[in-house]
Write a protein that binds this ligand. Structure first.
Ligand code: BG6
Length: 472
């Protein structure tokens, strides 16, 4: 038995303003945390430099310049057949400092034009309110998300854009990969907190503040337009037990709960799960939930659940074995059954079917895979084309897994592979770690003419969408 994709399945692609938009100091935009984040590599960590250094390179400043190429890029998305386009609004383009009294009209007008252009092609926007991008001022003046003052600033920003784009945007995500705050990697990128002084307590306080801010934004969105569909976004860092020992099963249960499930449980169920207190105590963290917070969380549960899925890793009590890298730097060990990318992310299409079933068993609300893809180096061949069979293979196998999950009975409503057009890597700041089906002529040293080129995967994905996933 093999089900097909539902006929209204949302095929598309995903980007985020911080890694794609550029125009960092144009149109009245204020600096964000990504504008003080230097380039790095798989071996060299990105540096946070406040203030910016004159001779350092900041890849997110220009990124791949959606700010000046949006018409051309949306036309290419339409040519691929996108039904949906996941993007984010740059908070500091709307409120340059995050705590300004008035929004920046030029920034608001920019996204109006983008949404109107998408509508022209019948592409539905799926908009993330906060994708790894806090106004820098909220870090330098407030210390980032551990400070509860950010809740009100975020809710005001959400209120502004929800009202402005009422009717133009119907599906929203609040915080990208909110659960990255469960690992040190998320301190700065997700929480706007300087890593050297950020404790585990700070990270979990920050996550709590974002969960409250998210719930308040969800409630507001439903009040502003009852047709708004609000989703959460979790980085699903799939974990397997290292062996069949009972201890390893329990380790897997704890890691999965702490790093993957906890935040989503709050978003979907409106309260912290019963296992939270013990797991957080083991991290040395005390959860402080006021009565008002509890009421806010209850009143702001999400309508659908979205997640990113790139890879998997093994966990267990024994530490010997090759360490695994991968999305979120969660750690763990390599799985001998899997191959890894050049960045050490283990490729595991079957894991996606496992995660989809795991989540649907738990929540029974619509699911969407809003990030997935292969970061790889591409070369322009002598014929001027970009041949990327490795990317097609990766995507094909993950789409097959999604079809299996649909056959299993999972209510999966859409798929937006990450970086459908080349953009800056979040973890390394590199350009050469490319995910796109559209190549952008931009390189790690900042050179390139920013011209756009269709890769082989562009034509392949176009066919996948045209056949609603039946011809892979
Ligand atoms: C997700 C993020 O964690 O993974 C994206 O939401 C990010 O912002 C993507 O770009 C891929 O990670 P990287 O480090 O390869 O860019």
């Amino acid at each position: 038995m093999q089900m097909q994709f539902p006929k209204d399945f949302l095929w598309g692609g995903a980007t985020a303003a911080n890694q794609y938009e550029g125009g960092w100091d144009e149109g009245g935009r204020g600096p964000s945390i990504d504008d003080v984040f230097t380039g790095g590599s798989v071996n060299t960590a990105r540096r946070i430099t406040i203030p910016p250094e004159a001779d350092a390179f900041y890849p997110n400043h220009e990124a791949t310049d959606f700010y000046h190429h949006w018409k051309e890029d949306i036309a290419l998305f339409a040519e691929m057949g996108f039904k949906v386009y996941r993007m984010s609004i740059s908070w500091s383009r709307i409120f340059p400092n995050g705590d300004d009294a008035q929004p920046n009209e030029e920034g608001l007008a920019f996204y109006d034009a983008v949404f109107d252009e998408l509508a022209k092609y019948g592409i539905e926007p799926l908009v993330t309110l906060s994708h790894y991008e806090n106004p820098l001022h909220l870090t330098t003046e407030y210390g980032g998300w551990k400070n509860r003052a950010l809740i009100d600033h975020f809710v005001r920003y959400a209120d502004t854009v929800l009202r402005r784009y009422r009717g133009k945007v119907r599906r929203w995500l609040t915080f990208n990969e909110i659960n990255m705050l469960s690992v040190p990697f998320g301190s700065f990128i997700a929480g706007g907190m300087l890593p050297e002084t950020c404790t585990a307590q700070d990270r979990w306080d920050a996550m709590h503040n974002q969960l409250v801010a998210s719930a308040r934004a969800v409630r507001l969105a439903h009040e502003i337009d009852p047709e708004n569909q609000m989703g959460c976004m979790i980085a699903y860092m799939c974990v397997y037990p290292r062996t069949c020992s009972p201890e390893d099963q329990l380790t897997q249960l704890s890691v999965d709960r702490l790093h993957n499930l906890l935040a989503g449980d709050v978003h979907v169920r409106g309260a912290y799960p019963s296992y939270a207190e013990r797991l957080l105590a083991e991290e040395g963290v005390t959860l402080k939930v006021s009565e008002q917070d509890a009421a806010d969380l209850r009143a702001g549960t999400v309508d659908f659940y979205t997640f990113s899925y790139y890879d998997s890793r093994c966990v267990g009590t024994a530490q010997e074995g090759d360490p695994s890298t991968g999305n979120g730097a969660l750690g763990g060990l390599r799985n001998p059954y899997l191959q890894a990318t050049e960045w050490g992310w283990q490729i595991d299409p079957k894991g996606l079917r496992w995660v989809l079933n795991h989540l649907y068993d738990r929540y029974q609300i619509p699911l969407m895979v809003v990030e997935n893809g292969l970061g790889a180096m591409d070369e322009v061949a002598p014929d001027g084309r970009i041949h990327d069979p490795y990317r097609i293979d990766y995507l094909r196998q993950h789409i097959e897994s999604m079809r299996e999950a649909i056959t299993d009975g999972v209510d999966l409503i859409g798929y937006t592979p990450w970086g459908c057009i080349d953009l800056v890597s979040a973890s390394t700041g590199e350009m050469r770690k490319r995910y796109g089906m559209i190549y952008v002529d931009k390189h790690d040293d900042g050179t390139g003419d920013l011209s756009r080129h269709r890769k082989d995967s562009f034509y392949w994905y176009q066919k996948v969408i045209a056949t609603n996933g039946s011809d892979l």
